[in-house]
Design a binder for this molecule. Structure first.
Ligand SMILES: [Zn+2]
Length: 409
């Protein structure tokens, strides 16, 4: 039942506040009891009932809600650093695929890797994410691309979800058409619809069903079939949409009532209007825009239209080989023209909404989960402006320390 005192700035990210309002209180205190926040506000207003509770000192630092990385491809084997230089020298995705690289190489390596190896790698990545302040991670399958291996990846996520850091699985069997189905793609869509989705739902392995809608992946019609099948089985829809080409992904996200549509670098005006009307969250993935050298998502147009914009890493070995969410937040500011407050809300309460968990996590309000990070900075602006390897000194999830760089004095 601790009271965290001497908080220089407490960014509460109140759920009902506007996009640009981080809900900062200076000279604040935060009270939690077990896994639940009891009180957050100016220290001078701390109710007397908490005065005898054990107190901890935040050293005048910034405290933010635990960060929520709402889009990652966490489990995979190998890296693709060999393609990095090739791409920089002008090789296209098709050149790399023809040489046996690209996503197919990650699928082959991931299928060949042992469950123990993949689990240990995920655990190491999650520990580093915790050290950056990340308390919730969405994790997609999609490097298995058959029943056995998609279920195995989701099973790994479930086995990792036993601690205070939240791990939420997403079925992304519709990532690309696997090589063995190249000439019979409708059979692969049938397999996802008739076999994978029912099994994933029956075994409680995922909350979401995601489809990569793109010329090189799945069509709008195929995506609609898969997402509606997922919905019938209780899996909320998500989409990788309008990344390289404007393909009606935003419109489809609105039509199926998706929890989020992600990427959206090429979203159309009609797509923006449809998403705003349907209340679909746009998830921006600035690392992918940066690494692929494409225009970033039009965050200002989306925000002005009333679409909530989340920020996530898209951690994957091809287009976004980093899980450094605070750097992605800085990039959301510099290349997407979001304010630091919008980027912070995007990686906390808006990201929580993209995971349909904003009633539980993403803001520092009484009754919500005691998930927060202590940042060695005096303001949200300064934290995201002054790029450091890691400014996070302490991360708490469900009321328990999951990272501490040094005793908070
Ligand atoms: Zn992705």
């Amino acid at each position: 039942m601790p009271v965290l005192t001497n908080i220089g700035a407490l960014a509460r990210c109140v759920r009902s506040a506007p996009a640009g309002d981080a809900g900062v209180v200076e000279g604040a205190a935060l009270v939690w009891d077990g896994a639940t926040i009891r009180w957050a506000g100016p220290a001078a207003d701390l109710p007397g009932e908490f005065s005898g509770w054990p107190s901890e000192d935040a050293g005048g630092r910034l405290v933010v809600p635990g960060l929520v990385d709402c889009h990652t491809h966490l489990a995979f084997a190998g890296w693709r650093s060999d393609e990095f230089a090739l791409r920089l020298m002008g090789a296209t995705y098709l050149d790399i695929a023809a040489a046996g690289g690209g996503i197919a190489s990650t699928v082959a390596k991931t299928r060949a890797a042992s469950t123990e190896y993949l689990t240990a790698r995920c655990r190491a990545h999650l520990a580093e994410m915790a050290s950056l302040g990340v308390t919730t991670v969405e994790a997609k399958s999609g490097y298995g691309l058959n029943v056995e291996h998609e279920l195995r990846l989701l099973g790994i996520y479930r086995s990792l979800a036993t601690g205070p850091q939240r791990i939420l699985g997403t079925l992304l069997a519709a990532h690309v058409i696997p090589p063995e189905y190249r000439d019979r793609r409708s059979e692969y869509v049938d397999l996802i619809e008739q076999e994978l989705i029912p099994r994933v739902a029956r075994e409680g392995l995922a909350r979401f069903c995601d489809v990569f809608v793109e010329e090189s992946a799945f069509t709008v019609e195929e995506a609609r079939r898969i997402l509606l099948a997922g919905k019938r089985h209780g899996l909320a829809p998500k989409l990788h949409a309008d990344q390289l080409t404007s393909g009606g992904g935003g419109e489809l996200a609105a039509e199926v009532g998706a929890a989020s549509a992600d990427h959206l670098e090429r979203i159309s005006e009609a797509g923006i209007r449809a998403m705003a009307a349907a209340g679909v969250v746009a998830v921006s993935l600035p690392f992918a825009s940066l690494y692929l050298g494409v225009m970033p998502l039009p965050a200002r147009r989306l925000l002005n239209a009333g679409v909530p914009v989340a920020v996530a890493t898209d951690f994957n070995p091809g287009s976004a080989p980093s899980y450094h969410l605070p750097v992605a937040m800085t990039l959301a500011c510099t290349i997407q023209r979001m304010t630091p407050a919008e980027a912070l809300r995007g990686a906390t309460v808006v990201a929580a909404r993209a995971l349909q968990l904003d009633w539980e996590i993403g803001s520092l309000e009484p009754g919500k989960s005691a998930d927060f990070a202590v940042i060695d900075s005096d303001s949200v602006d300064h934290w995201l402006y002054h790029l450091r390897p890691n400014a996070c000194v302490r991360t708490v999830a469900k009321g328990r320390d999951i990272w501490r760089s040094a005793p908070v004095s």
